[in-house]
Design a protein around this ligand. Structure first.
Ligand code: 5GP
Length: 196
C-alpha cells in the first residue's frame, strides 16, 4: 500500500510520520531527493538525498522520479525504483510529499491511501509556527498563505487528521492505516482469489 501524507508546514506531519515508521515495521519511509540545503542534524540518505539543481534536472531527464514538484522554491522528487521495489516486497511505503506530488501519485496509483493533516484552525497553525521559533514573521506569513492554498486540495484526500493533541493524532493515523489494510478492496486475493 502507498500511504501519502501531506500537511501545511507546522501541522505536525513529521512527528506523526516518525511515530508511524517507528511503531510499524511494515511501513518503509520513502526518502525523497531534494535541492534544498540540509538543515542542522539532517543526514544525506536519511531525511533526504541532497543534490544540486544540475543533478536534479539530470535525474528528471533520466525518469528517476515517479513524481517531482517545486515546493517553497526547491525541487523535491520521489524515486520510482524505491517505490516499486518496496511495494513488490509487500511492504507499505510512506510518502511525506506536498499536495502537487500527492495528486500526481494518485493518478498513477489509484489505490494510494491519501491522508491530510492540519491543525483545527489556521490561527493555531500560525501560533505553532511562531512557537517553534524557526522562521521569521515574513516566512511564517508565506507559510500561512501556502497553507490556505494547500487546504483547497483537501477534498482529494481520503482521510483528515486534525492535529490537536499529538498522541491522539498518531493513534488516529494508525487506525486509518489499520482500517485500510482490512478493507475488502485491498484483500480481494484472499482465499485463493475466490472473492470477486
Ligand atoms: P521540507 O523541506 O520542510 O522537509 O519539506 C517541504 C515540503 O516538501 C513538505 O510539504 C514535504 O512534504 C514536501 N516534499 C518532501 N519530499 C517530497 C517529494 O518527494 N515530492 C513532493 N512533491 N513533495 C515533497
Amino acid at each position: 500500500m502507498i500511504i501519502i501524507v501531506s500537511a501545511p508546514s507546522g501541522a505536525g506531519k513529521t512527528s506523526i510520520c516518525d511515530a508511524l515508521i517507528k511503531e510499524d515495521k511494515n511501513i518503509v519511509y520513502s526518502v525523497s531527493t531534494t535541492t534544498r540545503q540540509p538543515r542542522e542534524g539532517e543526514k544525506n540518505g536519511v531525511e533526504y538525498y541532497f543534490v544540486d539543481d544540475k543533478k536534479f534536472k539530470e535525474m528528471v531527464k533520466k525518469n528517476v522520479f515517479v513524481e517531482w514538484a517545486k515546493v517553497h522554491n526547491h525541487f523535491y522528487g520521489t524515486s520510482k525504483k524505491v517505490l516499486e521495489q518496496t511495494i513488490n516486497k509487500g511492504k507499505d511505503i510512506l510518502l511525506d510529499i506536498d499536495v502537487q506530488g500527492a495528486v500526481k501519485i494518485k493518478k498513477q496509483y489509484k489505490n494510494a491511501l491519501m491522508i491530510f493533516i492540519t491543525t483545527p484552525t489556521l490561527k493555531i497553525l500560525k501560533q505553532r509556527l511562531i512557537k517553534r521559533n524557526k522562521d521569521s514573521m515574513e516566512v511564517i506569513k508565506t507559510r500561512i498563505e501556502n497553507a490556505k492554498k494547500e487546504l483547497t486540495y483537501m477534498p482529494k484526500y481520503d482521510y483528515l487528521i486534525l492535529n490537536d493533541k499529538l498522541d491522539e493524532s498518531i493513534e488516529n493515523a494508525k487506525s486509518v492505516i489499520c482500517a485500510e489494510r482490512l478493507s475488502i478492496k485491498r484483500n480481494k486475493n484472499i482465499c485463493g482469489g475466490k472473492v470477486k
